[in-house]
Design a protein around this ligand. Sequence first.
Ligand code: ADP
Length: 447
Amino acid sequence: MFKKILIANRGEIALRVIRAAREMGIGSVAVHSTADADAMHVRMADEAICIGPPPGTQSYLSVAAIISAAEITGAEAIHPGYGFLSENANFVQALQDHGITFIGPTAEHIRVMGDKITAKDTMKKLGVPCVPGSDGGVPDLETALQVGQEIGYPVIIKATAGGGGKGMKLANSEAEMENAFRTARSEGKSNFGNDEVYIEKYLGRPRHIEIQVFGDGKGRAVHLGERDCSLQRRHQKVFEEAPGPAIDEATRAKIGKVCADAVASIDYAGAGTVEFLYEDGEFYFIEMNTRLQVEHPVTEAIFGVDLVREQINVAAGLPMSFTQDDLKINGHAIEVRINAEKVPQFTPCPGKITQYHAPGGLGVRMDSALYDGYSIPPYYDSLIAKLIVHGPDRPAALARLKRALGELIVDGIDTTTPLFHALLEEDAVLTGEYNIHWLEKWLDANT
Ligand code: ADP
């Protein structure tokens, strides 16, 4: 087992990894930008090292700075968290060249799944059902119009390198195609340095269902059921739950096995998420994330596992600690993402926290790097806390969420907490009968 690992991230996810390391008796090294000198992950880690100025490109995304930090501190492995370098194949390759272990899959698997076209192609060949659409990249408008005619409108044009809801454009008809095609291409180019796009049938009322998989890198893999992440704003998740209200045991076992078998067959190592849209009883693959997800705690809650510990074990060459038969669902869990944003416009709201109180009690987990007097810097993602509740069933989890939200105090800045208080009054949320478009429509009607 490693003696020391470095966490190439910040905020709540850096704490999450430091906590797992500490429980395993592994030393932790935090890296930070100058803007994060007072951040909680710096305080909590055994060692901390400054890697550059505030902008992410010069600190948390600087491969050279991070490798130097690992070499200076003698860290043997690096956990990337999510975001930043977590799905950067060149980073993984560079670590390998320096003899540092990456806590995650191989550079090759990241590369294949990071390009949405090769990912879809690979998954299709492995027997995973996909959204109907273009066969690979669409080079020009003429081809795009042809594809539109073949699969029927509406269609969605997606940047093959896209992520975080960026580089996706809807075309409701042939007339909208030209504009949507150009915008998706230019967003792909400016955000991800790649203007290749592909086209998919736009589904009218699907749910976002994602399957958590875990592989040992040696041909064994399991699934840990699904998460329903249909409540989204601008294609970004805000509320996630497990198990999915619309998924029964037989459906879970079937799609779970398809995903586990697919990743087992490629010797996938570590945690991964296979994302689907689910409509009228059919699953349609959209992408695979080759890392730990923001919403992984709901899966941890219902299965009683520690996914980060498992990631570290597998990266150290140890076997997985569970088999498929060991994994039984217990109860229901919900996560809400609390952002430093002012509703209803969702404008970022960094600043100083004058008072902070985290909810607690039975079945409540608060993953956050906030503390009294902390100043949230303006340079990074606005996620400041994840509140996760676990109860014996869905109504109990909802009641617990309401109770816990009532205990939360974050003074000095605006947060998205009021959104969740309001959502917990909505029938669609209480019954679980929502789809990926529900929240946008609700926001339009209520703000
Ligand atoms: P990203 O990599 O940016 O997260 P995804 O491909 O995972 O992009 O899609 C994100 C979200 O966009 C989905 O959860 C869904 O809400 C919406 N979406 C993606 N593809 C489609 C589609 N074919 N039809 C309808 N909505 C879609």
